[in-house]
Write a new protein. Structure first.
Length: 475
């Protein structure tokens, strides 16, 4: 036998170089007991202050631009009510600026939200942070239908990693990971209504557990708690708001019944199917977006603006319900749920679903808040069904839609129940059933490419495009 035959074990043994010794496995318990970890806790608390302040400033800027362009400016220029056509030119500008940012700035503007909520891949390099921030700013402030959570997580993690690099250029990878997570926690410390809920979202998406979870989560929770205090302090100082998700009016609690449990199955299935439609729109359009990023994104902005205009003309309700993330409109929607007919709610759900899918395909932001808004709209419409009540219907709708879009069942359950406050406890059984059904069906349904969810591709660029140097660009 030839001495170079690959089936000859002796030849392979003789010619193969000795394999290097494997590095010892990381012991999370030993790390937690070390002085370096205690120093990391102190640094995490300190980083929570400037990062949460930066996140607050970003959210305040987005809110100020929205209020000026879609409320103050039309009043000053036109007087009277804002015309239905007003959002169209701003959405065209939104598509143009976002497309130019993604195409020309490093980092591709961050990960595409069409592939769901992501926290893996490490912190965004510092050279990519301006592109991530600018793409999110144009998307969120000019009317596209995405939320701020994903870019804030990317920006917070990137700023924390940059700080560690500046303090210690030879910092070990684990230190960068821990501090980047702490920065992400601080950036969304109160966005979802509670520092714990924001932290839970990041931890479930990252898929970490055991002692490693404690090692990474503790600095993050500390930074998140400090960040929550900073958000409250800045609100008291500036009066701009807390930018925290909360309902001003909560539907009365009702006890679970067999009817509501049965409807929970239907709501879970409906949420999964509607989530599939939204992802189908986003994923199917991505190849078209990559043919001409700027032109197609501008065209999608036009379609989003026209859809919002059509909704106002048909329903006589503000186009803002169709645009933006839905975070600010959700409390008003729930408070005045009785004022909406089923037909208007269905029209709103259809319009929001369409523009949400279009936004996923080309813009930059997070998927949480639009999913919650659509789920609430469906829940309010379903509350008119026999045996249904408003509180469980809203909880089931939000839970099912968040599960379909995030694929995070525990976080989706918490989002739906905690939003309803104390009354959310009574609807937990129905929400759990809706979330379970939606989660199973989401992974059973194929992607637009005909493959199950576990085999879907990741990243943002089309197969024929070359990824720019520097990594994936954040969340």
């Amino acid at each position: 036998m030839d001495s170079h035959d690959p089936d000859d074990d002796g030849a392979l043994t003789a010619s193969r170089p000795a394999s290097p010794a494997q590095p010892p496995a990381l012991d999370p318990v030993a790390v937690i007991r070390s002085k370096a970890y205690l120093s990391a806790l102190v640094l995490a608390a300190l980083l929570g202050i400037p990062i949460s302040a930066a996140a607050y400033g970003f959210l305040a800027l987005v809110s100020a631009i929205q209020e000026y362009l879609f409320d103050d400016l039309p009043q000053d220029v036109l007087g009277g009510d804002v015309p239905a056509w007003w959002p169209v030119p701003w959405l065209v500008l939104c598509g143009l600026l976002t497309g130019l940012t993604i195409k020309h700035l490093p980092g591709n503007g961050g990960h595409s939200p069409a592939f769901g909520f992501k926290t893996g891949g490490g912190a965004a390099p510092d050279r990519e942070l301006p592109g991530i921030a600018l793409a999110a700013l144009t998307t969120l402030s000019l009317g596209a239908v995405l939320g701020p959570e994903a870019p804030l997580i990317a920006i917070g993690g990137g700023l924390a990693a940059l700080t560690v690099h500046l303090l210690r250029k030879d910092a070990p990878p684990m230190a960068l990971t821990v501090m980047a997570s702490a920065g992400s926690f601080a950036a969304i410390s109160t966005l979802l209504g509670s520092p714990v809920l924001g932290a839970f979202l990041i931890m479930e998406a990252a898929g970490i557990g055991g002692a490693t979870l404690s090692m990474v989560a503790l600095p993050g929770l500390l930074a998140s708690g400090v960040g929550a205090l900073v958000f409250v302090g800045l609100d008291n100082w500036t009066g701009l708001g807390t930018f925290s998700l909360a309902l001003t009016s909560v539907p009365p609690a009702v006890e679970p019944t067999l009817a509501t449990m049965a409807w929970a199955v239907a709501m879970g299935a409906g949420g999964a199917l509607l989530g599939w439609v939204i992802r189908w729109i986003g994923l199917s359009l991505r190849p078209v977006v990559h043919l001409n990023r700027v032109l197609v994104t501008t065209g999608l902005g036009l379609v989003i603006g026209v859809t919002a205009m059509a909704y106002q003309l048909i329903s006589d309700n503000s186009f803002t319900q169709v645009l933006f993330s839905g975070q600010e409109d959700l409390p008003d929607l729930v408070e005045h749920a009785a004022d909406y007919s089923v037909g208007v709610l269905i029209l709103l759900a259809v319009c929001k679903t369409l523009v949400y899918g279009l936004s996923l395909s080309a813009f930059r932001g997070g998927p949480v808040f639009p999913a919650m808004f659509i789920g609430a709209v469906l829940g309010i419409a379903a509350s008119n069904l026999p045996g249904m009540s408003l509180a469980p219907a809203i909880g089931m709708g939000i839970g099912a839609m968040c599960t379909a879009m995030l694929r995070l069942p525990l976080t989706s359950t918490l989002l739906a129940t905690l939003l309803l406050g104390v009354d959310g406890i009574s609807v937990t059984p129905q929400v759990v059933v809706a979330v379970a059904v939606a989660f199973v069906l989401t992974f059973v349904l194929p992607t637009p490419e005909g493959r199950p969810e576990s085999e879907r591709p990741s990243g943002d660029r089309a197969p024929h495009e070359t990824k720019p140097p520097g990594g994936g660009g954040g969340i």
